[in-house]
Design a protein around this ligand. Structure first.
Ligand code: SAM
Length: 297
């Protein structure tokens, strides 16, 4: 299907409006390749007809929302893998988790109860779920090891001390994340045989994540270009490989809300090519191994 300059501009602006994604002039092929199947499915023979159909002012709100959802599901890039890039997860295990453990102990002691307020983690832009599930595996392994070592000076942590929220704009990716089912290719990316054995069961050609990992994550649809501080406070936010798709105004709004939501000394982990420089000075940089992440001042 041909995509004229005018059609590209109309669809590019529509996409920006509904989800903040910036599609550069040299990425016109993304619109052509990703939206053509949808255009054909809803009976349109060219992009002008498609644009008119999905933006028609007389559309009932439900239909308008359904078209938006279909465009978002088709246009977003959902690349992910378990323990993606390795080192940010090593930093989480070696640097962030011990500090969360201390935080849990302090909160429990302050309340003079073994049931303190939980430590809250958020995977924002979680795609098919590998990122939040990787975090759960690390928390499980950390609490098992910490409790085995009998660190009497510390109150042992358990999975009950953590809450993990995972959000994405794409309903299709959220459904896949919630199902927690992966194919062989996805399993080969980032998982070692011990973790496959510990956390997955094979069912036909699919690998199903264990319910003890699955049940630790709450999934919700959140569009990061709309206000989201109602999600409450967090101790750690992972938002990796999401901000790269936005312009500076959108990034600034998102980072400002992250900083508002993070607890004092809370952690923000971004993707390898993302940073907060020139956007905010509310964070200190922390270097750990190959990883750079941020801690709220
Ligand atoms: C490349 S994936 C990153 C997945 C994971 N964080 C990682 O690093 O492996 C980017 C995700 O951001 C989501 N996304 C894109 N625009 C969004 C928006 N406006 N609000 C929330 N999520 C969005 C996409 O649906 C996609 O699943």
């Amino acid at each position: 299907m041909e995509l004229s300059r005018h059609e590209f501009e109309l669809l590019r602006d529509y996409i920006y409006k509904i989800c903040g994604l910036v599609i550069a002039d040299n990425k016109q092929y993304l619109i052509r390749q990703r939206l053509e199947p949808l255009a054909l499915t809803i009976g349109c023979l060219n992009f002008t007809e498609f644009y008119r159909k999905i933006t028609e002012s007389s559309l009932p709100p439900q239909t308008k929302n359904r078209f938006q959802e279909q465009v978002i599901n088709a246009i977003t890039t959902n690349e992910t893998s378990f323990f993606r890039d390795g080192h940010p997860f090593a930093a989480f295990r070696e640097y962030i988790l011990p500090r969360l453990n201390e935080r849990i102990c302090e909160r429990k002691q302050r309340l003079q109860s073994r049931k303190g307020p939980k430590v809250r983690l958020w995977s924002a832009g979680s795609s098919t779920g590998q990122e939040p599930y990787s975090l759960v595996m690390l928390i499980k392994e950390y609490s098992q090891a910490a409790n085995q070592k009998h660190q009497f000076s510390m109150i042992p942590v358990s999975m009950e001390d953590f809450v993990i929220l995972a959000t994405d704009i794409s309903t299709e990716m959220l459904a896949r994340a919630m199902a927690g089912e992966y194919n062989d290719a996805e399993m080969k990316r980032g998982l070692d045989p011990e973790r496959v054995k510990a956390y997955f069961k094979k069912n036909g050609r699919r690998w199903i994540i264990s319910s003890s990992v699955r049940s630790m994550v709450e999934f919700r649809q959140i569009n990061l270009i709309r206000p989201f501080t109602m999600l409450g406070g967090f101790d750690v936010i992972f938002c990796r490989n999401v901000l790269i798709y936005f312009d500076i105004e959108t990034k600034t709004r998102i980072i400002a809300q992250f900083s508002e939501m993070l607890s004092d000394k809370g952690f923000l982990v971004l993707g390898a090519t993302e940073n907060v420089y020139g956007i905010t000075d509310r964070f200190d940089s922390v270097h750990h191994g190959e990883t750079l992440f941020y801690q709220k001042k």
